[in-house]
Ligand binder design. Structure first.
Ligand code: SF4
Length: 341
């Protein structure tokens, strides 16, 4: 089987080519061919030698993902894409500031968050760097659009597939490759502390979001098994470390669940927890599914929660609801497709 050319960062392609007798700059030519001119065939890269074309044709392939399903609503399209061994989801959101694509990093997820459809689909595979990057390339080609922002919050825990994630980020931001501004990318983690430290030490300008969803260990333990491994105190220290190293604001994702984490007391506790930190809270109305034991918090409660945070000097926004009518919660489209199969 041929290798996927999209799995290689520019540095890795340089190493491969140099070790096979080609020049380092040939990697840039290949990168520009596949990412800038978007050729479907190595033979169409007309500034490289015949020898290099044969080498690439023998060992690599240029293969986009196929679109298995596409569900559309007014401002959101949800796609099910086929990889070599499975299918993955990504969601296109048409925002006033451009096209945002939410992409996946694993097939399933082992983190088992109680409110999440993806957590019910056990992780069967880490996506390769190419499969992560190809979600962006495939949707750009399929929709004839440019993706302006990438949020890595789809199926899977990105830091549970760390090395492939970092290679994918390098390809996404590479000026010879996709050339997406690093500040236009957000990686969301449920809180794998050693990787938050490693990410901070990378000095990459990509945004970090933490799936927090609770103000205390007691509530978080009920929702997110990872919380029993890394407690709130250590998580907050890791966030402080990240901020001190990068001086970048961290997003705190907070899904509002009826009767679980939406009380006024929770809002006060959350304010206390985050006071003085360079963070902002993203309140997310929960996308209920028929199989979920959780319900969304009422509009009234979300507004109250928001007001308390605001009053306490915490930066907060309520996320605009998108894709509710098209199986908007991550994992929902894949689960329903897999059931049909
Ligand atoms: S919320 Fe994220 S980390 Fe938790 S189970 Fe779902 S995909 Fe995994």
């Amino acid at each position: 089987m041929k290798n996927n050319i999209f799995d290689l960062t520019l540095e890795k392609l340089e190493e491969v080519l140099v070790s096979n007798g080609f020049k380092k700059f040939n990697a840039t030519q290949v990168f520009e061919g596949i990412y800038k001119r978007k050729v479907d065939n190595f033979d169409d890269i007309n500034n490289i030698s015949k020898n290099l074309k044969s080498f690439l044709n023998e060992n690599y392939e240029i293969k986009y993902l196929s679109v298995l399903e596409c569900l559309k609503s007014k401002d959101t399209n949800k796609y099910l894409l086929e990889t070599n061994e499975s299918s993955i989801e990504c969601v296109l959101m048409k925002q006033y500031y451009g096209n945002s694509l939410c992409i996946s990093t694993q097939v399933g997820c082992n983190m088992g968050c109680a409110f999440c459809e993806s957590g019910k689909l056990k992780c069967v595979k880490n996506l390769t760097p190419g499969e992560i990057v190809l979600q962006v390339l495939t949707i750009e080609k399929y929709g004839n659009i440019r993706i302006d922002n990438v949020v890595i919050m789809g199926i899977g825990e990105p830091f549970d597939n760390y090395d492939n994630l970092i290679d994918a980020l390098n390809i996404l931001v590479c000026p010879k490759g996709i050339d997406l501004g690093s500040r236009k990318i957000t990686v969301s983690t449920c809180g794998i502390i050693p990787k938050i430290h490693a990410f901070a030490d990378l000095h990459i300008q990509v945004n970090l979001a933490i799936s927090l969803h609770a103000p205390t260990d007691k509530i978080r333990n009920k929702l997110m098994p990872i919380s029993k491994v890394y407690n709130m105190n250590d998580l907050m220290k890791a966030v402080d470390y990240y901020i001190s190293k990068t001086n970048r604001r961290v997003t705190m994702e907070y899904i509002m669940l009826d009767g679980i984490n939406d009380s006024e007391e929770c809002a006060q506790l959350l304010s206390k927890l985050l006071k003085g930190k360079l963070v902002y809270v993203n309140l997310i109305p929960y996308n209920s599914t028929s199989s979920s034991e959780f319900k969304r918090a009422s509009k009234n409660k979300i507004e109250k929660f928001y007001d308390i945070l605001k009053k306490n000097g915490i930066n907060v926004v309520t996320r605009k609801e998108m894709g509710k009518d098209i199986k908007g919660a991550c994992g929902q489209l894949k689960a329903s497709y897999d059931n049909k199969q």
